[in-house]
Write a protein that binds this ligand. Sequence first.
Ligand code: ADE
Length: 418
Amino acid sequence: MDYDVLDKSLADRGRLRIEWAARNMPVLAMIEERFRRELPLKDIKISACLHVTTETANLARTLKAGGAEVRLCASNPLSTQDDVASALVEDEGIGVYAIRGIDSEGYYKHIRSALDFSPHITMDDGADLVFTVHSEMAEMADSVIGGTEETTTGVIRLRSMSQEGALKYPIVAVNDAMTKHFFDNRYGTGQSSLDGVLRATNMLLAGSAVVIAGYGWCGRGIASRAKGMGSRVIVTEVDPLKALEAAMDGFSVMPMEEAAKIGDLFITVTGDISVIRVEHFNLMKEGAMVANSGHFNVEIDLEDLEKIKTSKRTVRDNVDEYVLPGGKRIYILGEGRLINLAAAEGHPAMVMDMSFANQALCAEHLVKNRGKLEPGVYPVPEEIDSYVSRLKLDALAVSIDTLTEKQKKYLASWKMGT
Ligand code: ADE
């Protein structure tokens, strides 16, 4: 078996950490048990490009239990947990191509290695696999049954491919499942982004001015968690509806040009490019800290910051100090890459359980519907979404009410008013 990981002697540590994550992934465990009995992915080759974490390891094991042959590469050069990559190679016989801190050339080489057994399913987090298949290995697309996409940025990319008629196979937008983005994007990103900032800086959030760029599900999550820790939260937005929501959620809303002068900490989660630019760095206070939690490292204009800096040094793990003309210092966290995975461990297993249950069930759905779906971006089937929420409630031992016959009749009738 081919693979490329940092050091296989790290496998013992990785194994224990994977087991620790599994304690909080009961839904995935139930699916794994059924997959082991029913083998719905028998003889299916899956290339997965995901953050190589303890939670992803549990997903990879589930896919393998279902009969799939799995290859895994990283979806970000800084998110790989090397011990986990080693344990997957040693214990599960999964071909992993991932090394933390790899350069761009090595990153794409790993993506090609994960693809070069001609997969039936691509499982993406950011659409780099789909992009590579379509741009470099187009002949491979004919044998792909379909793909899944984990994140908002990837779904946006795929929708634009589909609109241009460039997409050659069906993709299920796992991100858009309610049991994914309501929990993973909001509570996962909310907690893990601050976790990353705190591990990198050890700053005090209480009393700090925290500027959140973007009030999608991730921005909402970070804003509410920062508020809970006593920060003064400022939101910047381009969408009037989201800005209104942020204002009514009790946050200050203003353009980045204003917020830049006030913030102690900035976190971008817009999914867009060049959100924090030189003009903003120039307005920032001495010692301002800047992080990104959006998928790609394009939200902060780091190349331009490099051009205007007078000096730069790494002052702690994941903290680079840039000195600007005049002596002001700005701190960039995690090289502007996803701060929750660069400086912490990503979302907790408790939420990844639902995201990855959706991934496993959508892989099964693609196999069941082999040949029936036209190229395009598809929602997660409603049955899968509600099945995952029911299993999660059961696992949490939370019971809910059921509608009485009278209530069902009332809801179905348009004749009953006051
Ligand atoms: N994305 C965010 N957090 C993650 C995690 N813990 N594992 C895999 N992908 C993630």
